[in-house]
Design a protein around this ligand. Structure first.
Ligand code: ADP
Length: 453
């Protein structure tokens, strides 16, 4: 087992990784920017090293500085968390060259699945269903126009290097396709340094259902069930739950088998997620693979009774997978992302949290780096906490969520707490009757209700 791990991240995930290391008696090294000097992850870790100014380009994303910090501190492995360098194959390679362990899949896997157009090809070869679309990156406007006509509108243009809900364009009709392709490709070039695009059929109201998978260095690959992530805003997840009400045992097995087949096809090691779109007729299609731990991993931890981050550390140090396949969910789990943002404009709302009261009690877990008087810096992600609730069934999980959100008190900044409370009161949500269009329809229902009252 590793003796000292450097955490190349910040915020709640850095804390989460330090917790796992503590339980395994691994010493921890936190890296931080000057803006995060007073962060909990720094005080909680055994050692802290400042790696640069607030801008993440000059700190958390600076490979040379993170590696220097690992060498100076004598860390024998690096955990990248999610975001920042977590899906940077080059970073993983440099670490390997320096003889420092990497807590994640092999660099070639990260590279191959990180290119979404290539991941689609790998899925097709593994016999996993994908939506009708382009097999190779789109070469010309002419090709785009022809292919879209063949597939039928609407279609979605996606950046091969895209992520975080960015670099996607829905195109409804042939008049828009050529111009949308050119602007989207230019935007992707600017945002990701790679303008290559691919195209697939756009589903009007699918569900986003993803499978947690895990592989080790001994050829074992399993899945740990699904997470329903259809409650999204601007293609970004807001609330996740498990099990999905849309899956019966037969469909769960088929989707799980497809996820495992795909992971095996790339000899996948460590924790990963296979994302699918599920259409209302029960057809499912591979969307992308995330080659890292995800924000919503606690949903699986709570519903399956496992510790995914400790398993990441064990597996990366060469141990065999300790999970059995075929684990059964224990009740129902819902996760609420608490973001510091304005409720109407959804703009980030950084600043000082003058009051913070966190709920507790049965079935409540909170992953956060926030504390009273903490000043949320404006430079990073706006997520300040994850509230995870578990109940014997979905009804009880919803009731616990409501009760916990009522006692989740934040003052000084705006948050998504009230939005979550309203979602829990929404009838279609309560019935489990929703798709990725949920937020769009929900906002309309809310506006109508406000008009009436
Ligand atoms: P990112 O990597 O940027 O998060 P994804 O490919 O995971 O992008 O897609 C994010 C979200 O966009 C999905 O959860 C879904 O809501 C929507 N989406 C993506 N592709 C399609 C599609 N072909 N049809 C309908 N919705 C889609």
């Amino acid at each position: 087992m590793f003796k000292k791990v450097l955490i190349a991240n910040r915020g709640e995930i850095a804390l989460r990784i330090i917790q796992a290391c503590r339980e395994l008696d691994i010493r921890t090294v936190a890296v931080h920017s000057t803006a995060d000097r007073d962060s909990l992850h720094v005080s909680y870790a055994d050692e802290g090293i400042c790696i640069g100014p607030p801008s993440s380009l000059e700190s958390y994303l600076k490979i040379g500085r993170v590696i220097a910090a690992a060498e100076i501190s004598g860390a024998d492995a690096v955990h990248p968390g999610y975001g920042f360098l977590a899906e940077n194959a080059h970073f993983a390679e440099v670490l390997e060259e320096c003889g420092i362990g990497w807590i994640g899949p092999r660099p070639e896997t990260i590279r191959s699945m990180g290119d979404k157009a290539n991941a689609r090809r790998v899925a097709i070869e593994a016999g996993v269903p994908v939506l009708p679309g382009s097999k190779d990156p789109l070469a010309s406007v002419h090709e785009v126009v022809g292919l879209a006509a063949e597939i039928g509108y609407p279609v979605i243009l996606k950046a091969s290097a895209g992520g975080g809900g960015r670099g996607m364009r829905i195109v409804e009709n042939p008049d828009e396709i050529a111009s949308q392709f050119s602007t989207a490709s230019e935007e992707a070039e600017r945002a990701f340094g790679d303008g290559s695009m691919y195209l697939e059929k756009y589903l009007r109201s699918p569900r986003h259902v993803e499978f947690q998978i895990f592989g080790d260095h001994h050829g074992n690959v399993i899945h740990l069930g699904e997470r329903e992530c259809s409650i999204q805003r601007r293609h970004q997840k807001l609330l996740e739950e498990s099990p999905s009400v849309a899956l019966d045992e037969e469909l769960r097995n088929r989707m799980g088998d497809a996820a495992v087949a795909l992971a095996k096809a790339v000899d996948y090691r460590n924790a990963g997620t296979i994302e699918f779109l599920l259409d209302d007729d029960g057809s499912f299609y591979f969307m992308e693979m995330n080659t890292r731990i995800q924000v919503e991993h606690p949903v699986t931890e709570e519903v399956m009774g496992v510790d995914l981050v400790k398993e990441q550390l064990r597996v990366a140090s060469g141990h065999k997978l300790s999970f059995r396949s075929g684990l059964r969910p224990r009740g129902h789990v819902i996760e609420f992302r608490i973001n510091a943002e304005h409720p109407e404009t959804f703009r980030p709302s950084p600043g000082k949290m003058t009051t913070l009261h966190l709920p507790g009690g049965p079935g409540v877990r909170i992953d956060t780096h926030a504390y009273e008087e903490y000043v949320i810096p404006p430079f990073y992600d706006s997520m300040i906490a994850k509230l995870i609730v578990r109940g014997a069934n979905r009804e009880e999980a919803i009731a616990r969520g409501r009760r916990a959100l009522d006692l989740f008190v934040v003052e000084g900044i705006h948050t998504t707490v009230d939005l979550h409370k309203k979602i829990l009161q929404d009838e279609p949500f309560q019935r489990g009757d929703f798709s990725t269009r949920f937020m769009e329809d929900f906002v309309k229902r809310q506006a109508e209700a406000n008009k009436r009252s």
